[in-house]
Structure formats: C-alpha cells, structure tokens
Design a protein. Structure first.
Length: 192
C-alpha cells in the first residue's frame, strides 16, 4: 500500500487487489446478500482505496483498513438500494399497479419463491442459517460477518467498525444468542 501511495506503483496496487479480491468480494456478498451489489461495492472499494491512498498511515495494517473501506461502500450500496426499491415501488403504485417492465405490484411483493425441493440438506441448512443471519440487527450482523465469516480478530473488527473491542465481543455474543434458536432447530432436524 505504501509503495502505491508513495511511488504510484501500479503493480503494487494490482498485487493488493489480487491478494484481497476473493476475500473482500465474499465478505461483501455475505454482507449485502447479492452478488451484483457486492461486485459494485467491491469496485467502489478499490476506487476509494485509489482515491484515498494518501490517507493510509504508515504502520497501519492494510487488511482492517480495506475492510473499513469495503464496509462503508456496502453501507452506501444498501442505502442506494433501499432508495431505488422505494422509488420503484412508488412508481409502480402511481402507474396503476404496473412498473416499467409490466409487472404488477402483487408480483413485485410476492416475488420470493420457496427454495426447490431438490436442494440437498446441507444447502437447505446453509440457506436457513443465512436467513437467520440476515434477520439480525445490522450492528450484530456486521460483527458476526467480520469475525466469524471473514476471520478478523476482535481488535481488527473493532478497528473496521470504529467501536471498542468489548463492544465487538458483546455484539458477537448477542448475535450468537439470537441465532441459537435457529441453530438448535437445525441441529435437531439434522439428528432427528
């Protein structure tokens, strides 16, 4: 990062992107729950890294800094998505329950289809865990994603989220407590 910041070394930037692309993209996909939004946020993350590289301080670890930038881009993407969904819903309702592509409001609201019966048990369990995690409050989901899925240390997650380490620990504990009923149900179903 310093080589890119100080010397404009493009190969250093390419190495940085290559080293973290899979990890950051997977984090963003989990965080956002949508691969297309994750791709956009990933691109925006590295654009911000390029634009803000002068703010990177010597001695600071790159990984937590990248996660901070990525998390901020994901939050922005969620906000844009919510505004777009609300605008689409408003346009749909004003246009006699028809959107620009001809779908009705009822189709829009009822578009979530159940998972096909052909899913294997592990895929179903994974989907149920993903659903349970998606229902967590944002503050708990952020900590769980950073620590559990991305493997950041408590200290690194605290730096990314700009909160004390104790808050990371308490939020992680609270997230696990909230997930226990779902996980217990899965465990019972798997062994029952």
């Amino acid at each position: 990062m310093l080589a890119y910041r100080d010397d404009g070394d493009r190969r250093a930037f390419e190495t940085l992107v290559h080293r973290y692309e899979r990890e950051l993209f997977n984090y963003l996909r989990r965080y956002l729950g949508d691969a297309e939004m994750a791709d956009d946020a990933f691109q925006a993350t590295f654009l911000q890294v390029h634009l803000k590289c002068d703010y990177f301080e010597p001695g600071r670890k790159v990984r937590p800094w990248l996660y901070t930038v990525a998390t901020n881009q994901a939050i922005d993407a969620k906000r844009r998505s919510r505004r777009h969904q609300m605008a689409s819903l408003d346009r749909c309702c004003r246009a006699g329950d028809q959107d620009d592509e001809g779908g009705s409001l009822m189709e829009f609201l009822g578009s979530e289809e159940p998972a096909p019966d052909a899913h294997i048990e592990s895929a179903e369990a994974g989907a149920q865990v993903h659903e349970a995690v998606s229902q967590l409050p944002e503050s708990l989901k952020e900590v769980l994603t950073l620590v559990y899925y991305q493997g950041l240390k408590y200290r690194e997650a605290a730096e990314v989220l700009e909160i004390p380490v104790g808050t990371v620990k308490s939020r992680l504990h609270a997230a696990i407590r909230k997930l226990e009923p779902s996980l217990t149900h899965l465990d019972t179903a798997a062994h029952g």
